[in-house]
Each structure stands twice: as structure tokens, then as C-alpha cells.
Ligand binder design. Structure first.
Ligand code: FPP
Length: 232
């Protein structure tokens, strides 16, 4: 079975997982970070090349200040603590989104981890941080308009391939498989342009309960799909 080259994940249900156990929401996010570790390792074993996880959306800034601070703290901790493990697993770290929105300490750790892992040749783990699909498209449009205005490209040359080159994801292939946990049937402003032909897999499992076995089940489901890209 050929695995998907690129898997994107909407990691939903951390809050519900914590509530079901009478725990604070941040405990759900901490367990969610464990799932990221487990799924990343399983992706490496399965031969998946790119894994993009929706770790923080632009909409998430509207959450209570304490939860935002806790998530940023968790991210900083993950980046600091996980870098040796990323090196051991030959994982290359990348990020998409408006990274400059993040607290300075997070940005520092992120850039350091990206630089440290830059030459690794295994799975590319892409963190979507302060990410919005619509904002990404607008940022891409701005960059394209600038290129036309400065005379680098002719307006008539603009096509989907060229536009893709102006997005945050310019150096990654489009996702083959989107996994969304905790049952909701929504895209939630994630990789809107890139998911035109992505297969969608939704599971009722909450993200902290999604580990290797659940990933393998998603891969089995994907292997049954027939992708036609609008053809026959
Ligand atoms: C959605 O669950 C999850 C998030 C908004 C954050 C995802 C973050 C992590 C999994 C941990 C940090 C990631 C890394 C890479 C270290 P929710 O809170 O919306 O859950 P609910 O819908 O049940 O309330």
C-alpha cells in the first residue's frame, strides 16, 4: 500500500477529553502534545513524508487569555524539549502561519528548532501556528501583486501553479489526506487552497486518544479510496 505523501491533521477534542475527566483544559492539550509525538513517530514508520498539524489558528487568539498563555507555554516547552528527539528521528521541522504573531520566546525556540533540524531527511513536521487559510491566500495575493508591480511576472502568466508558489506551503506538496478528530465535519479555515483534492477522514476519537493504532486505521481507510482528481 502506498502511504499518503502528506497528511494534514485538525487536532480537535482536547478540551472535551479533559472535561470528561474533570481535568483543566490544558491537561487535554498536554495529552494532545503526546498524540503529536506518537503520530509523528508512526508517520515515520509508515513512510509518510510530510505531516502538517493545526496547532493554533488565528481564531484561537480569541480563547481566554490563560488558555492562550498555556498553549504558548506548551508550544515553547515542546520545541525546547523535543528537539533532541526530532534529531534522533531525523525529523525536519517547519512552520506555516503568521509566525510573528507569536510571543518572542516561542518564535526564538521555533527558529532555533527549525535551524537545528534543517538538514534532516526524514518526515517533515509542519506546525500551523497563528494560521488561517483565508489570510494565507490574501498574503499570497499580496505577494503576487507585488511581483507583478515590480515587473518580475506578467499578469497573464498567473495560474494555479504560480499562485501556489506564493503561499506559505510553497515548498510542500498538497495534502493527500486530511484527518479530523472528534467528529466535526468541517475544514475550519485550514489549508483551503491546498485541499482541493485531499481525501477527508473524520473520526469520533478525541485527539488525545488518537495514537499509532488510530493512525494506522486512517491509513487503511485511505488505501481503499480511489482518487480521480475530477477525471474518470
Ligand atoms: C483543539 O482542541 C486543539 C487546539 C486548539 C490546540 C492543539 C494543540 C495541541 C494538540 C498541543 C500543542 C501542539 C504541539 C505541536 C505541541 P479544543 O481545545 O478545541 O477541544 P474541544 O473542541 O474539545 O474544546
Amino acid at each position: 500500500m502506498t502511504p499518503p505523501r502528506h497528511i494534514a491533521i485538525i487536532m480537535d477534542g482536547n478540551g472535551r477529553w479533559a472535561r470528561e475527566r474533570g481535568l483543566p483544559r490544558i491537561r487535554g492539550h498536554e495529552e494532545g502534545a503526546e498524540s503529536v509525538r506518537a503520530v509523528l513517530r508512526a508517520c515515520g514508520e509508515a513512510g509518510v513524508e510530510f505531516l502538517t498539524v493545526y496547532a493554533f489558528s488565528t481564531e484561537n487568539w480569541k480563547r481566554p487569555e490563560a488558555e492562550v498563555a498555556a498553549l504558548m507555554g506548551l508550544l515553547e516547552h515542546f520545541l525546547k524539549q523535543e528537539t533532541p528527539e526530532l534529531m534522533a528521528q531525523n525529523v525536519r521541522l517547519q512552520a506555516i502561519g503568521r509566525i510573528t504573531d507569536l510571543p518572542e520566546a516561542c518564535q526564538r525556540e521555533l527558529h532555533r528548532a527549525i535551524e537545528t533540524t534543517a538538514k534532516n531527511t526524514g518526515v517533515t513536521l509542519i506546525l500551523a501556528l497563528s494560521y488561517s487559510g483565508r489570510i494565507e491566500i490574501i498574503d499570497g495575493l499580496r505577494s503576487l501583486v507585488r511581483a507583478v508591480r515590480e515587473g518580475h511576472i506578467d499578469e497573464a502568466m498567473i495560474d494555479p501553479e504560480m499562485f501556489s508558489q506564493h503561499l506559505y506551503t510553497r515548498s510542500f506538496p498538497d495534502p493527500d489526506l486530511l484527518i479530523r478528530t472528534s467528529g466535526e465535519m468541517r475544514i475550519s479555515n485550514f489549508l483551503l487552497w491546498q485541499m482541493s483534492y485531499t481525501e477527508i477522514y473524520v473520526t469520533p476519537k478525541l485527539w488525545p486518544d488518537f495514537r499509532k493504532e488510530e493512525l494506522l486505521e486512517a491509513l487503511r481507510d485511505y488505501s481503499q479510496r480511489q482518487r480521480r482528481y475530477g477525471g474518470v
